[in-house]
Design a protein around this ligand. Structure first.
Ligand SMILES: [Zn+2]
Ligand SMILES: [Zn+2]
Length: 247
């Protein structure tokens, strides 16, 4: 009886919340038809998920069909310092719009939708039970003050909660800002990022398996430098998951 009543109350609380705060789909602008989520079913189906044919290290999608494990040219040229990175889907269309609203439009309520994608990615490509600690890619303090929150930290915290892992948003810090790196080649990107991060307390990462979380991976140089910093401080394994990946 008590269970029935609480289910009834939860449903009604959901209706009231929907009436007070309508769940508008960030993809099409219509009311969402998915309970508790903002992205509607149609828009969700339009996200191009990365499931197979991926570089076994960085997760880059192969140009053509592949049916065997492979390492991409970029990773063969400069081996990443993380052990594995994966993105949930292609950073385009609905997914890009969703991340932009979350990151620049203060649409913090999208964090559950975005964490769903990270959760699926973690389940598909990693052994979540092996993760000791979940860490966001840190923003520089100045940038964080401008934006008032670190979007990666919100996602990392929610992901850690769902998998019952420890969240740590303090140990890995950004110690300097970096120039934009769109025009740089791979080697220069590494140099550009060198020394951008620091570990405040090595005891928190020593011999641990760290899962890094960010919203978007583009060149992978940021995750690579985070991983280098964590490994230098003694981390055993560094994995990375992002919501989207640019090509
Ligand atoms: Zn939609
Ligand atoms: Zn690769």
């Amino acid at each position: 009886m008590a269970v029935e009543r609480s289910a009834w109350l939860t449903t009604w609380a959901g209706h009231v919340a929907d009436w007070l705060y309508p769940r508008v789909c960030p993809g099409c602008g219509a009311m969402s038809d998915r309970p508790g989520r903002h992205l509607c079913w149609d828009c969700l189906a339009r996200i191009e998920l990365y499931t197979q044919g991926l570089c076994s290290l960085c997760g880059r999608s192969a140009e053509g069909p592949v049916n065997h494990a492979f390492v991409c040219g970029a990773c063969r040229q400069a081996k990443p310092r993380f052990d594995r990175a994966r993105a949930a889907g292609r950073f385009a269309g609905v997914l890009r719009e969703q991340v932009h609203q979350f990151k620049y439009g203060n649409a913090l309520w999208l964090r559950h939708d975005l964490t769903d994608l990270l959760e699926g990615c973690l389940n598909a490509h990693f052994a979540a039970g092996d993760v000791d600690v979940v860490m966001p890619v840190p923003l520089h303090a100045v940038r964080q003050r401008e934006r008032s929150y670190n979007q990666a930290a919100l996602l990392a915290k929610e992901l850690a909660r769902r998998f019952d892992r420890r969240f740590d948003g303090r140990t890995l810090t950004r110690v300097r800002t970096t120039a934009t790196q769109t025009a740089l080649d791979a080697a220069h990107r590494r140099m550009n990022m060198l020394g951008a991060f620091a570990v405040t307390e090595p005891a928190w990462v020593r011999s641990r398996c760290v899962l890094l979380v960010d919203d978007v991976m583009t060149t992978g140089a940021t995750l690579d430098e985070c991983a280098r910093t964590l490994k230098k401080a003694g981390a055993r394994t560094v994995w990375a998951v992002t919501v989207g990946r640019g090509t």
